[in-house]
Ligand binder design. Sequence first.
Ligand SMILES: [Zn+2]
Length: 307
Amino acid sequence: MKIDWPEGKKFAFTIFDDPDSQRLADGRKVYALLADLGFRTTKAVWPLGPVREPNSPGDTCADPLYREDAIALQELGFEIGYHNATLHSSTRAETIQALDAFRQYFGHDPVSMANHYNEEAIYWGPARLSGTRRAIYNAVTLGRTRNRHFGHVEGHPSFWGDICRERIRYCRNFVFADINTLAECPGMPYHDRDRPYVNAWYAASEGSNVARFTCTVAEAHQDRLESEGGACIMYTHFGHGYVENGEMNSRFRHLMTRLSRKNGWFVPVGTLLDYLREKHGDGEITRADRARIERRWLWEKVFRGTS
Ligand SMILES: [Zn+2]
């Protein structure tokens, strides 16, 4: 499937950056580079600060400087995304408070989100998969994520599925090794009738830390993304190794500079997905298509350790 990209662009490339372990000073360096190179990507935030023991390091919008920085990025054309309420599990009331804070800071509800490994993560852990593939996932992961995520479970104190459906357009699920995310998941963004609290799902390409990111966007892969006319949504945490002791990773800088010189459409995740949705129409995924994507993802998860 070939997409006609806007403005005569040859392919699309963007990033969804989860805030785990990201400190303001390091994040600023990464975003200054992306902004200079002409990328406009998606930076996810935690709207609230912690009130219990955090399960991850990282800064949140409770810090006014961090918040102002995120607002300035939004004004530059970056998208601010959502990564659950904060860096620990939250109740339904706390999630509502977080989304209200997000709206207050950024002037609107989040367009796109990705789950953090909190209790209120939605359709997460084994619920990412269906049928026998769920059983295989549980066996392979030794049941580690079983009964840990409840965002979609009505009656649970962390349930917020109805609110997610009301206020958020896109949620990330599967992550693949290939740079061309759209080739792996051609129907994205898609609705899944078996997971109705999410309006539409998107997939991403593996880049959870700087080593994996630079592997996925290596020269030959960039060139192939371009020649295939595809679309890449990189999954990453800019807090994981991109800036060490104040120094930007040189391989990352080199690869992003190289990519920026190509004729790509470098818009945020929400903008890219809105465009694809316009092209595809309503996008209900068939069970057969979903089963194919699940099999592919599970295979990569087991043999390649993707996210
Ligand atoms: Zn996270």
